[in-house]
Design a protein around this ligand. Structure first.
Ligand SMILES: *[C@@H]1O[C@H](CO)[C@@H](O)[C@H](O)[C@H]1NC(C)=O
Ligand SMILES: *[C@@H]1O[C@H](CO)[C@@H](O)[C@H](O)[C@H]1NC(C)=O
Ligand SMILES: *[C@@H]1O[C@H](CO)[C@@H](O)[C@H](O)[C@H]1NC(C)=O
Ligand SMILES: *[C@@H]1O[C@H](CO)[C@@H](O)[C@H](O)[C@H]1NC(C)=O
Ligand SMILES: *[C@@H]1O[C@H](CO)[C@@H](O)[C@H](O)[C@H]1NC(C)=O
Ligand SMILES: *[C@@H]1O[C@H](CO)[C@@H](O)[C@H](O)[C@H]1NC(C)=O
Ligand SMILES: *[C@@H]1O[C@H](CO)[C@@H](O)[C@H](O)[C@H]1NC(C)=O
Length: 344
């Protein structure tokens, strides 16, 4: 270390000592009447600053100032124009006879606390202290994941947030008209029903901001098919039987003609499925098609069925033409199926 280095160190040391002495006085440790009468301590209003912003610490000088310093707790940030703090966010703004101002940029939670400006003048020492309060916007840090549950399960949603002041947390079901809500980190949904499936929103709110996140709950349940409506179709016309099911997850469908399962592409038939609806389409209704059909909807939680009648021409058409059509049609059918039947 150079001679100058030693001198600077010595100077800093003595300055620190004198400032420490100065600070001890206001806390009233050495009950010296002289100290009491000769020091002057002021507490300024709290400064509230948001995380990430810049705070200015301003202190009036006046008189003939010999030493002046800004301290963070007991460590010196600035002694006059000498920066003691190694923190690059701390810098000097103004130092003149009127004021001594430093600033702290990009303020964080750890910067919260008491800051003291200690001023030693030719007349009397004095300190000015200010409490810096740091506010942090809410942030949801721990949230339940999206859920898939069976109807009747007990569900608990969780949402935890950080922030200052501490955020208040609430839950609500937003996707349906349900009035389900909770003013807590936890939302209990005992024995969940299908009506309570949907998007749940967690809000974390404090004076500064709001953070919102959502969780989707899928509730699985076994299919229910709507009751089949019997359908009357004239011979040679297109006929459609519709089977609609309510189920989560989406159901699979099976069709039966009386007790025999029928498949897509079977003898002028097509089974068309769209989401929760299955259609049995007859391109050209023949006499043999008039029968009792059963639709079964299934998913992993169960099944449900309904039956329909596809009924005939007698109710729709008059005798002669109809029966001729029937005969002709039966002949054609036989012609088509005879080779097949003979194979067995
Ligand atoms: C300043 O903040 C501190 C700590 O939160 C509090 O105890 C004190 O009452 C506040 N003072 C003023 C003047 O608001
Ligand atoms: C103030 O002191 C606290 C505690 O030592 C520290 O965490 C914080 O970074 C300091 N802030 C500044 C601006 O020096
Ligand atoms: C989130 O909450 C769970 C359950 O309470 C806990 O085990 C976990 O440690 C939390 N995670 C964080 C990041 O706080
Ligand atoms: C749901 O909670 C109730 C009451 O605590 C309990 O009786 C029931 O067995 C639970 N149901 C399931 C599926 O865990
Ligand atoms: C329906 O089938 C009958 C008998 O096989 C046939 O005569 C008629 O042309 C067909 N109609 C249509 C629209 O394909
Ligand atoms: C149709 O078939 C179902 C199932 O086999 C049966 O329950 C129902 O009674 C039948 N309907 C008629 C009208 O025969
Ligand atoms: C239709 O449902 C009834 C009662 O729900 C059941 O007894 C029957 O076996 C079902 N039929 C089929 C084909 O699944």
């Amino acid at each position: 270390m150079s001679v100058r280095g030693h001198l600077v160190a010595l100077y800093k040391c003595s300055l620190l000592l004198s400032l420490r002495m100065l600070l001890l006085v206001p806390t009233g440790l050495p009950v010296s009447t002289q100290g009491d009468s000769q020091s002057d301590n002021k507490v300024m209003d709290n400064i509230t600053v948001r995380q990430g912003e810049t705070v200015f610490l301003r202190c009036a000088q006046g008189d003939v100032v010999t030493h002046t310093a800004w301290l963070n707790r007991s460590s010196i940030l600035y002694a006059g124009e000498d920066k003691w703090s190694v923190d690059p966010r701390v810098s000097l703004v103004t130092l003149n006879q009127e004021e001594f101002t430093i600033k702290i940029e990009n303020v964080d939670m750890t910067d919260e606390g008491q800051y003291v400006c200690a001023v030693q003048t030719s007349s009397r020492p004095r300190t000015t202290s200010v409490h810096v309060l740091v506010q942090v916007p809410p942030k949801i840090i721990n949230l339940s994941r999206d859920l898939v549950v069976n109807e009747g399960s007990n569900v608990t949603l969780m949402c935890q947030a950080s922030g200052k002041p501490e955020p208040s947390i609430s839950w609500k079901l937003v996707s349906s008209s349900g009035d389900l809500a909770s003013d807590d980190e936890y939302m209990e949904i005992p024995s969940i029903t299908r009506q309570r499936a949907g998007t749940y929103e967690c809000s974390a709110v404090n004076e500064i901001d709001t953070d919102v996140q959502t969780v989707d709950i899928t509730v699985n349940y076994a299919p229910t098919v709507s009751e089949g409506r019997d359908v009357g179709v004239t011979l040679g016309q297109r006929g459609v039987l519709e089977c609609e099911a309510d189920a989560v997850p989406e159901p699979a469908f099976e069709w039966y003609k009386d007790d025999r399962r029928i498949f897509n592409g079977f003898d002028g038939l097509e089974i068309v499925k769209t989401a929760s609806l299955s259609k049995l389409v007859f391109f050209n209704v023949s006499d043999g098609d008039y029968s009792n059909y059963t639709c079964v909807a299934l998913n992993k939680l169960g099944s449900s069925n309904t039956s329909f009648l596809l009924f005939g021409p007698r109710a729709v058409q008059d005798g002669s033409g109809g029966s001729m059509g029937v005969h002709l049609h039966t002949c054609l059918l036989l012609l088509v199926f005879l080779p097949l039947l003979l194979k067995f």
